[in-house]
Design a protein around this ligand. Structure first.
Ligand SMILES: Cc1cc2nc3c(=O)[nH]c(=O)nc-3n(C[C@H](O)[C@H](O)[C@H](O)COP(=O)(O)O)c2cc1C
Length: 293
């Protein structure tokens, strides 16, 4: 079998297919099953202070003949206790030493709080840390998530705090809900991040119909939307391709191997995924944008 192994920003993985931090990575059991099916790595559902998630969702997506195959994202970080996640991370890494386990974190914006949490995560044996500076709702109102990722100075400052104590590579996951994501990408680089992850949830857009590039939910008549969307340079097309398009933007501050793309992949690259990785909907997967090093 072909060798698909990669080294992304110092994180080694048997292949470039990782599950992004989201409901499929909410527990050790889920991640271990994903590794059994062939996934190379997983970013643990974001750890932080205890929260309560609500179960209702504002919008669902139908796919072919499947009703409600996806729900939009109004979820916060993990609702499971910190200690439970830490215990399962240790267990997962012990059972799957070759797979990449990355711990996503979102902590109150205080240096001591970050130091304390990162030191505990260091001891899990994980392969990397991802800073969730992109969560667009709930957590940002409390000064975390995209409240950090939308302010380059905060992005740099907190990345520096983490790098002061982290013993594994640090990726910074950016928010697309900003006029120029390259600015916060450079701020992460200035804070000595080892790599970046693109991107967290795009506010308001549930999805894009790939046949006619109409957005969900459609706010205009569908025909009109489709015409607007069919123009090659239109905004919807740019949003759809945002993660891929933006990856090269960061080539200067980061080595080519240090950028990874979070989110659905266009069908062409999705079709080239290993069969095991095609067994789940393409939402929430990561494709490491770089080539092998
Ligand atoms: C229900 C849901 C929960 C999510 N939770 C997290 C999270 O805890 N941490 C995080 O960094 N990203 C989280 N994400 C964002 C995804 O990892 C991903 O970056 C984003 O959804 C973009 O990919 P998509 O276009 O496939 O939705 C979540 C997304 C969804 C839909």
């Amino acid at each position: 079998m072909a060798d698909l192994s990669i080294n992304c920003a110092g994180i080694k993985s048997p292949n470039p297919f990782w599950l992004a931090s989201a409901p499929p990575t909410n527990s050790g059991g889920q991640i271990q099953r994903a590794f059994d099916l062939g996934w190379g790595g997983a970013v643990w559902k974001t750890l932080g202070d205890q929260i309560i998630n609500v179960n209702s969702r504002f919008w669902s997506l139908d796919y072919g003949s499947t009703r409600m195959m996806g729900l939009n994202n109004i979820e916060l970080i993990t609702a499971r206790p910190w200690e439970t996640n830490i215990r399962e991370i240790i267990e997962t890494k012990k059972k799957y030493p070759k797979n990449a386990v990355i711990v996503s974190m979102m902590i109150e914006s205080k240096q001591e709080a970050w130091h304390e949490a990162v030191k505990e995560v260091n001891d899990t044996g994980c392969d990397g840390i991802e800073l969730n500076f992109g969560c667009p709702h709930g957590m940002s109102e409390r000064g975390m998530g995209s409240a950090v990722g939308q302010v380059p100075e905060y992005t740099k400052m907190i990345t520096e705090w983490v790098k002061e104590v982290a013993e594994v590579p640090v990726l910074v996951k950016l928010t697309p809900n900003i006029s120029n994501v390259a600015v916060t990408g450079r701020a992460a680089a200035a804070g000595k991040a080892d790599g970046i992850s693109l991107i967290n949830t795009i506010n308001s857009i549930m999805g894009v119909d790939l046949d006619n590039f109409a957005p969900f939910p459609a706010s205009m008549a569908k025909a009109r939307t489709a015409v607007i969307a069919a123009r090659p340079s239109n905004r919807l097309r740019s949003i759809w391709s945002a993660p891929s398009r933006r990856t090269p933007t960061f080539a200067s501050p980061f080595p080519a191997s240090a950028a990874s793309r979070r989110g659905r992949m266009p069908s062409s690259s999705w079709c080239s995924a290993p069969p095991a990785c095609r067994s789940v909907p393409p939402s929430c997967i990561t494709a490491i944008a770089s080539s092998r090093t």
